[in-house]
Design a protein around this ligand. Structure first.
Ligand code: AMP
Length: 216
């Protein structure tokens, strides 16, 4: 049986970093809606053009666009034996759409991992984040610097600061999270699927807690 996981938590909590590592360890696809949307923006596709302004303001891209995008991704053959959804669902409507989709395919979410950290930690992590626009690797100027400043360890591309990692947009993203996404914590807790992960420690500490939460 494949493993089907949802990673939930505020922006900057480090769920993308943990998601990449866990998906690689379990050999399941890492499906980050943020990464897919940024690739669409980079490619100048119709979806990218529709999404870009919302993303730059730190707002959510409309549910119908994101739901259709995830449904297309989950229908790919590599998703047959499990997947890790990172950054989706982010609204009650997206969670309902995911449940409807899974009811049709006869699949279930096995576990929802909720990554938690205090706001000041999130702000510090987001404002120090540097990202590779080519391969989506993430770094932090202090906590996880690349070997050569400004250069991606994985692919050698020049690192950037995401437009939505600027101070004003960070605050907006945290407000959007509180207003629209946080309610999913109670939804998944009530469904008996939620495991909380204290994410204030180092990347390795959180990785150990993440792996430990799936044992047994
Ligand atoms: P992330 O990389 O997860 O921080 O996502 C970056 C941006 O992409 C978000 O601020 C939203 O604008 C958009 N986005 C990513 N995932 C979703 C989603 N599930 N629903 C709506 N917008 C999303």
């Amino acid at each position: 049986m494949g493993l089907r996981l949802v990673f939930l938590g505020p922006p900057g909590v480090g769920k993308g970093t943990q998601a990449k590592a866990l998906a690689a360890a379990r050999a399941i696809p890492h499906i980050s809606t943020g990464d897919i949307l940024r690739a669409e923006v980079g490619a100048g596709s119709e979806l990218g053009n529709q999404a870009q302004a919302f993303m730059n303001r730190g707002e959510l891209v409309p549910d119908d666009l994101v739901v259709a995008m995830v449904a297309r991704r989950l229908a790919q053959p590599d998703c047959a034996d499990g997947w890790l959804l990172d950054g989706f669902p982010r609204t009650g409507a997206q969670a309902a759409a995911l449940e409807k989709h899974l009811a049709q395919t006869g699949e279930n979410v096995d576990r929802v991992l909720y990554f938690r950290a205090a706001d000041e930690i999130l702000i510090r992590r987001l404002s120090g984040r540097r990202a590779c626009p080519e391969c989506n690797a993430n770094y932090h100027v202090e906590a996880m610097p690349p070997r050569t400043e400004g250069v991606c360890d994985q692919c050698g591309s020049a690192l950037i600061q995401r437009p939505d990692d600027q101070e004003d947009t960070i605050r907006n993203r945290l407000d959007v999270y509180r207003a629209q996404t946080r309610e999913l914590i109670d939804h998944y807790r009530a469904a008996g699927l939620l495991t909380e992960i204290d994410s204030e420690g180092t990347v390795d500490e959180v990785a150990a807690a993440t792996a430990g939460s799936l044992e047994g």
